[in-house]
Design a binder for this molecule. Structure first.
Ligand code: AMP
Ligand code: MG
Length: 320
């Protein structure tokens, strides 16, 4: 397919009901959606992304009542979180119902569920009348798309439709919290911070990042090299005496000094939320053969900054 023209909400709903896969906007990143109950549609998602099937998908709903279609033994804590942060950038892991195919959960007994706040995502889910499994709409290990154009650049000839809902307001993947263990555990940092989870649930655990080289994966989807642009990106202190390649660009944060002038700035005022909404767009914009190296300024590893550090550490080459 050639895009634009972009796909309308009702066309997308029809295609999804027919078992096709369609890229849809959400407030986090664009998702590549398919019928969560249909193993053939799920297989098309994995094929289009070249995503290994050991990496499970998040199921998207448009009403808290839909939770019981997908998950079972739902604890009160899930409803408390839902009331506080849904619709929004939060994914909850719960025991799955049998109607969810193994392909969706990589054969795990749990399912990941999210109720997005983007009005276009909600309209598509409601009109299709089915929960939609949707990973980010990019090729496996590439940078997640935050505009319809980013999706078209990576997947246009592989999918049935792309719905344009404008740039994503949050800009990084959802926070993931598991409620299947003894203690609620944050599996992936995002816009809903550990402090925000703790406010609702009391104590929460945070899973150690598995992005240390040479260690086995502790959770599906925690690949060391997720989110990588083609141009080498380096996140960290530039060693003294290191000569930067001629065509180095710098993604700055705030007004800190760097080894070269800022090419773009995530937030001149050091606002983490603004920075989060811009990071992937800058990574896409600077991922051009004209450049040899992308440097990114250090960002404090607190609050939403934890999501940025998590993604940037995975995107970064290990050594200059
Ligand atoms: P995305 O990267 O946006 O495609 O989100 C999918 C991610 O959600 C996966 O890579 C996993 O990290 C996580 N996930 C999905 N389902 C589960 C599950 N049942 N248990 C643990 N993590 C999950
Ligand atoms: Mg992804």
């Amino acid at each position: 397919m050639k895009f634009p023209p972009w796909t309308s909400v009702s066309e997308a709903a029809c295609l999804l009901k027919d078992g096709e896969v369609v890229a849809i906007p959400t407030e986090t990143v664009y998702g590549l959606a398919g019928n969560a109950f249909d193993p053939k549609a799920l297989a098309k998602i994995f094929a289009a992304k070249e995503r290994p099937t050991f990496d499970p998908l998040i199921v998207h709903i448009a009403d808290i009542a839909q939770l019981t279609d997908i998950a079972k033994d739902i604890p009160d804590s899930a409803y408390k979180l839902a009331e506080a942060y849904w619709p929004g950038p939060m994914t909850i892991i719960l025991p799955k119902k049998d109607c969810i195919p193994d392909l969706c959960t990589s054969a795990l007994p749990s399912v990941a569920v999210r109720f997005p706040s983007h009005p276009v995502a909600q309209a598509i889910i409601k009109e299709a009348g089915i929960p939609l499994a949707a990973p980010s709409a990019n090729l496996f290990k590439h940078v997640s798309p935050t505009t319809a154009e980013h999706v078209a650049a990576q997947l246009a000839d592989r999918i049935a439709g792309i719905v344009d809902g404008g740039p994503c307001s949050v800009g990084v993947e959802s926070s993931i919290i598991s409620l299947t263990g003894e203690k609620p555990t944050v599996l992936r940092p995002g816009a809903i911070t550990p402090e925000m989870f703790a406010k609702v649930l009391g104590d929460v655990a945070i899973k150690e990042s598995t992005s240390k080289p040479g260690q086995p994966m502790l959770a599906p989807g925690q690949c060391d090299t997720h989110y990588r642009p083609q141009v080498p990106l380096y996140y960290g202190e530039v060693p003294a005496g290191y000569t930067l390649p001629e065509h180095t660009v710098r993604i700055a944060f705030g007004l800190q000094a760097g080894p070269i002038p800022a090419t773009v700035n995530l937030s001149a005022t050091g606002d983490m939320v603004e920075a989060t909404s811009k990071l992937y767009a800058f990574m896409h914009d600077l991922d051009k053969p004209d450049y040899d190296l992308i440097l990114v300024d250090p960002i404090p590893n607190v609050g939403v900054g934890m999501a940025l550090n998590d993604r940037l550490k995975r995107a970064s080459i290990k050594k200059l």
